[in-house]
Design a protein around this ligand. Structure first.
Ligand code: PGA
Length: 275
């Protein structure tokens, strides 16, 4: 009898130690993930407005901030972003990249060119590229590979449309999109960033509820883990604002945000970075 009680006490102690270790390991892995807030200016901006926005970000974002702040600007403004942000802790990047390294591809921009302008990131597979420019999963994978081979960090976007969500196809769609990126990058997927952006939440003012987004992030994390890349940062995107960022960032698998509209307002974007 007494022996049984002692054994149960020991088992409980073991369980507690095991749980502590498990939680610590989980927290350590989560700390390894890059906490990133990236602005996607889309086709917005102009030299004068950009200068005001970039100067404020450069002046107010300090080295002590808990996250990495970055702006993904239209190609013609990369030189301006480079001039304004070099020597600061704000990073910059592009919104797309060619899958080719060079050649007769009128209108395209190669990853090597982006590197010459000091880019750290290139967004690939944004839903606007998939929907308006017919980009396939395979093309998005090839773009991610081209970006990475040149030394950029691809921010690979995945996300379902409203129709797909209503048909309960969210998990199938995002896992198919992510699989193409994993296939293209192989082991190097570890060094990429993934952004989950439900298409119905982009530019609509409708954000996924934090728990709803978390469920998709957790599924993406499981898929990344089976590719040996559990520590990849997974950003949420879709109507992120200063007012809703903190509740999204409180979710265990949301590592930051890809921000469209709100990244054009310095105060709002800085507040998201600090949420
Ligand atoms: P939004 O855009 O924040 O304006 O919804 C997000 C995105 O498209 O990356």
């Amino acid at each position: 009898m007494r022996r049984g009680t002692r054994r149960r006490g020991q088992e409980r102690r073991f369980a507690r130690v095991f749980q502590c270790r498990y939680q610590r390991a989980r927290a350590e892995r989560s700390n390894m993930r890059r906490k990133l807030v990236a602005g996607n200016w889309k086709m917005n901006g102009g030299l004068a407005a950009n200068a005001r926005l970039l100067d404020r970000l450069a002046g107010e974002w300090t080295a002590a901030e808990p996250r990495v702040l970055a702006v993904c600007v239209p190609f013609p403004y990369l030189a301006q972003a480079q001039a304004a942000l070099t020597g600061t802790t704000v990073r910059w990047g592009a919104q797309d990249v060619s899958e080719h390294a060079a050649g007769a591809y009128t209108g395209e921009v190669a990853a090597g060119m982006l590197m010459e302008f000091g880019c750290r990131y290139a967004i690939v597979g944004h839903s606007e590229r998939r929907q308006l420019h017919g980009e396939s999963d395979a093309l998005v994978g090839a773009k991610a590979r081209a970006a990475q081979s040149a030394g950029l960090i691809p921010i690979a976007c995945v996300g379902e449309t409203l129709d797909e969500r209503q048909r309960n196809a969210t998990a199938a769609v995002v896992s198919r999109q992510l699989a193409a990126v994993i296939d293209a990058l192989g082991d190097h997927v570890r060094d990429a960033v993934v952004a989950y952006e439900p298409v119905w939440a982009i530019g609509t003012g409708r954000t996924a509820a934090p728990a709803e987004a978390q469920a998709v992030h957790a599924a993406l994390r499981t898929q990344l883990a089976s590719a040996g890349a559990e520590e990849v940062s997974i950003l949420y995107g879709g109507s992120v604002k200063a007012a809703n960022a903190a509740t999204l960032f409180a979710m265990p698998d949301i590592d930051g945000a890809l921000v469209g509209g709100a990244s054009l307002d310095a105060g709002e974007f800085l507040a998201i970075g600090r949420a």
